[in-house]
Ligand binder design. Structure first.
Ligand SMILES: Cc1cc2nc3c(=O)[nH]c(=O)nc-3n(C[C@H](O)[C@H](O)[C@H](O)COP(=O)(O)OP(=O)(O)OC[C@H]3O[C@@H](n4cnc5c(N)ncnc54)[C@H](O)[C@@H]3O)c2cc1C
Length: 431
C-alpha cells in the first residue's frame, strides 16, 4: 500500500457542508480562523447575542484541528513555582484550578451539541525518559494533588501493564484525560456553528486590519468587512499580517504516522493499557491506538522545522521501533504534519489589544484549551462576564531570536535539536 500524506483522520470524511460564499459588508464580530478556537469563540459569542461571521483562509479545519493526535486533556505545562515566577501567584494558582473546569467545559460542549467524536475515557500516561524526569513527574503529581486534577504515580515495575516497553523510568497516569477523533470533533463544532446561522466563509484570508472609528476594517481575499470586534484564532498559522501575534506565537511542526491495520493481539502486546501515551524526552513522542482499535498512531517532533514528509515518517518509524523493536518493518499507511502554535513560555493566552481579541499559543496542547479559551475570547469580545479566566494573565512574550516574519531561528534550533536527540539516545544506550 502506498503511503498517503493526508491525515488518517480524513479517511471517510463526509462531504463538506455549504458555506457562505461572500463575507457581509458589516458584522458585530469577525472571527479569523475556523479551527477549534474560532468555532468555539463564534458559538459562545453567538449564544450571548452577537451577530458573528467567521472568515477562513482555506477550508475550515485545514489547520491543526483536524490533524492532531486526538489526545484530550490539559494540565499546566509548567510547575506552580515556574508559573508563579513568570506570572505571579494569583495567575499561577488560577491556571492550576482551571484545568478540570476547562476539560469539563469541552466535554459538556461535545455532549450538549451531540458531537460524536469517538470520545473514550482512556486516561493519559506521561512517561519519564530519564530518572530526573520521573522525579519531576512525581513533583507535578504532588502539586496537582491539591487541585481537582487527578494524577497517579506509576512505578517502573508497573508500567508494563500500560505499555509494552522497558524504556521509561516510570510515569504518571492522568485518568481524567481521554481520546477523540479530532476531525470528527471539528466537524461537530463546524455544524454547531452553521446550525446557529453563523456565516462561515472559506478561502477568505484576512490580509490586513485597519482601525476605523470604534471598530475595524478587515481587508480579505473576498472584499472588505467592517466589524466592531475581531477575534484572531489563527494559532500556528498566524502570519506577519498580524505582527504583534506573529512575533509571539511561532509555527512548530509536529508529525504523525498511522500504521496499516495490525492484529488485536499485537496491539495488546504494545499498548495493553490502551492509554494516550506521551514521553518526556526532547523528541516529545506521543502515541496511541486508533479509536477503532486497529492501528498505531505515533507522533513526535521529527524536526524543529518543516521537512519532507517521507523523511519525517522514516524518523518517526525509527523512534517507534526504539520504543517497540517488534514494530520494525511494520507498514505505514499515513504520514502527515501540521503546525502547533508555540509560545515562548509554553503557555497560551487569551486577551485583547485595542479591540482585537485573541486566544493562541496552545503549544501543542489544544484539544481542550483551544475550544475552552476560544469560548472565553468570544465572551470577552461581547462583554460577557463568563470571559473571566486566569489565562488573561499568561502573557505571550517575544524573543530576540524571532523579530517576526518566518521563524528562521528554527533552522538553528533544528541543528541543536538533532544533536541533542542523538546525544540523549547515545547516553541512554550506554546506561
Ligand atoms: C500534528 C499535531 C498533533 C497535535 N496533537 C495534539 C493532541 O494530541 N492533543 C492536543 O491537545 N493538542 C494537539 N495538537 C494541538 C492542537 O491541534 C491545536 O492546539 C489546536 O487545534 C489549535 O486550534 P486553533 O483553532 O487555535 O488553530 P488551527 O486549527 O490551526 O486553526 C487556525 C486556522 O486559522 C486559519 N488562518 C490563518 N491565517 C488566517 C488569515 N489571515 N485569515 C483567515 N484565516 C486564517 C488557518 O487556515 C487555520 O484554519 C496537535 C497539533 C498538531 C499540529
Amino acid at each position: 500500500m502506498k503511503l498517503t500524506t493526508t491525515p488518517y483522520w480524513w479517511e471517510d470524511r463526509p462531504p463538506a457542508p455549504d458555506l457562505t460564499p461572500q463575507p457581509p459588508e458589516k458584522t458585530d464580530l469577525l472571527v479569523i480562523g475556523a479551527g477549534y478556537t474560532g468555532l468555539s469563540a463564534a458559538i459562545a459569542a453567538h449564544d450571548a447575542g452577537a451577530n458573528v461571521t467567521i472568515v477562513e483562509a482555506d477550508q475550515p479545519g485545514i489547520g491543526a484541528s483536524t490533524r492532531n493526535g486526538g489526545m484530550f486533556g490539559a494540565h499546566p505545562r509548567l510547575s506552580l513555582a515556574r508559573l508563579t515566577k513568570l506570572y505571579g501567584q494569583e495567575t499561577a494558582e488560577g491556571v492550576f484550578s482551571e484545568a478540570t473546569p476547562a476539560l469539563n467545559f469541552v466535554r459538556d460542549l461535545q455532549i450538549r451539541e451531540n458531537i460524536d467524536c469517538d470520545f473514550q475515557q482512556s486516561g493519559r500516561i506521561v512517561m519519564a525518559w530519564e530518572r530526573k524526569d520521573f522525579d519531576g513527574l512525581k513533583k507535578l503529581a504532588e502539586e496537582l494533588s491539591s487541585t481537582s486534577v487527578k494524577a497517579e504515580i506509576i512505578e517502573k515495575a508497573d508500567l508494563g501493564n500500560e505499555v509494552g516497553t522497558n524504556l521509561y523510568y516510570g510515569g504518571i497516569l492522568m485518568p481524567q484525560h481521554g481520546s477523540l477523533q479530532p476531525r470528527k470533533f471539528h466537524d461537530g463544532l463546524l455544524n454547531a456553528a452553521l446550525k446557529r446561522g453563523v456565516a462561515i466563509v472559506g478561502e477568505c484570508r484576512v490580509n490586513s486590519l485597519e482601525r476605523v472609528g470604534g471598530g475595524y476594517l478587515a481587508k480579505t481575499a473576498k472584499g472588505e468587512v467592517r466589524a466592531d470586534k475581531i477575534i484572531l484564532a489563527t494559532n500556528g498559522y498566524t502570519d506577519k499580517s498580524f505582527p504583534w501575534h506573529n512575533r509571539r506565537v511561532f509555527p512548530l511542526p509536529s508529525y504523525l504516522i498511522a500504521t496499516e491495520p495490525l492484529s488485536p493481539n499485537f496491539l495488546s502486546q504494545l499498548a495493553p493499557g490502551r492509554r494516550m501515551m506521551v514521553e518526556t524526552r526532547a523528541r516529545h513522542s506521543y502515541y496511541r491506538v486508533s479509536p477503532d482499535g486497529t492501528r498505531l498512531l505515533f507522533g513526535g517532533r521529527a524536526a524543529m522545522k518543516p521537512i519532507e514528509i517521507h523523511k519525517a515518517a522514516a524518523r518517526l518509524a525509527a523512534t517507534m521501533a526504539e520504543v517497540w523493536p517488534e514494530t520494525k518493518g511494520v507498514k505505514l499507511a499515513h504520514a502527515w504534519t501540521g503546525n502547533t502554535g508555540y509560545a515562548f513560555n509554553h503557555m497560551p493566552e487569551v486577551g485583547q489589544i485595542d479591540g482585537l481579541h485573541y486566544a493562541m499559543g496552545f503549544s501543542g496542547s489544544g484539544t481542550v484549551m483551544a475550544p475552552y479559551l476560544g469560548a472565553k475570547a468570544g465572551w470577552q469580545a461581547v462583554g460577557d462576564p463568563r470571559g473571566q479566566t486566569a489565562y488573561l494573565g499568561t502573557r505571550l512574550r517575544t524573543h530576540w531570536l524571532h523579530p517576526g516574519g518566518k521563524p528562521y531561528f528554527l533552522q538553528a534550533a533544528d541543528l541543536w535539536y538533532q544533536y541533542a536527540v542523538d546525544t540523549a539516545q547515545n547516553i541512554k544506550a550506554r546506561l
